[in-house]
Ligand binder design. Structure first.
Ligand SMILES: [Zn+2]
Length: 242
């Protein structure tokens, strides 16, 4: 847990950072036992389980968002609980990073992709094959037979990707949506990082506005206003409009 004061500081620091870095920073602030690089090394699903838990603590269990129907293009709203979107119990948050599979008589060892991999690929920009870079980063080079060192066979590539997805199901969050207009059913991707940031951004903007109102009318310092908590802030703000 972090205080409102620390969350507001996080929001300010986050402004200048890429979204993915904001999410890693938030998990490391929330859990002081992990530093930034440890969070960056977590499998994506493990990181996202932490983000879901943080979201539940900050803003509750119910997720609301909008989506566009791929068939009739209608904009619609969906609602889902965090418990329903979790594929892994929050108690089993440690996902096995090291994986292996047998291919053509060789035991190929690899680890699950993490945020460091994603940041590295983003830094490379377009023009490189992301899948190729990701696989090369994740496969234990020593376990790859020399015949595959230049090109990983498609069958092996697919087998590794399949096992990565199966081993880290939380990495790919999907919401089943049904269009009330045309009856189309589809799965929409849910991105907890941008969703949670948008909520923190709204929260912080409202809080700053409350601080402004109270400081202007009562002369209290930002620190005092933050310390008093939401309940009492609302009492005083209601008095201003009474
Ligand atoms: Zn539709």
């Amino acid at each position: 847990m972090i205080s409102e004061h620390d969350l507001l500081d996080f929001w300010e620091i986050g402004q200048t950072k890429p979204l993915i870095e904001r999410s890693l920073l938030l998990v490391s602030l929330w859990h002081p036992t992990y530093d930034f690089s440890q969070v960056a090394a977590m499998p994506i699903g493990e990181r996202d389980l932490h983000l879901l838990e943080i979201r539940k603590n900050l803003f509750g269990d119910i997720l609301n968002n909008t989506a566009h129907c791929p068939e009739c293009k209608q904009k619609l709203e969906w609602e889902m609980t965090i418990d329903a979107i979790r594929t892994v119990s929050p108690q089993n948050v440690d996902i096995q990073k090291g994986q292996s599979l047998e291919y053509d008589g060789n035991l190929i060892q690899f680890r699950l992709p993490n945020s460091s991999d994603i940041m590295e690929i983003m830094a490379l920009g377009n023009g490189t094959s992301n899948d190729e870079v990701l696989l090369r980063r994740c496969i234990e080079a020593d376990s790859l037979p020399p015949t595959y060192s230049h090109e990983i066979p498609d069958a092996l590539r697919n087998a590794i990707i399949e096992k990565m997805e199966a081993s880290d199901p939380q990495a790919d969050m999907m919401v089943a949506i049904s269009c009330p207009e045309c009856g189309q059913n589809w799965n929409a991707t849910f991105d907890i990082i941008s969703y949670l940031w948008a909520e923190i951004d709204d929260w912080a903007n409202n809080l700053v506005q409350d601080v402004y109102l109270l400081a202007k009318n009562f002369g209290w310092s930002e620190n005092d206003i933050l310390e008093m908590g939401t309940f009492r802030r609302n009492l005083y703000i209601n008095l201003l409009y009474a």
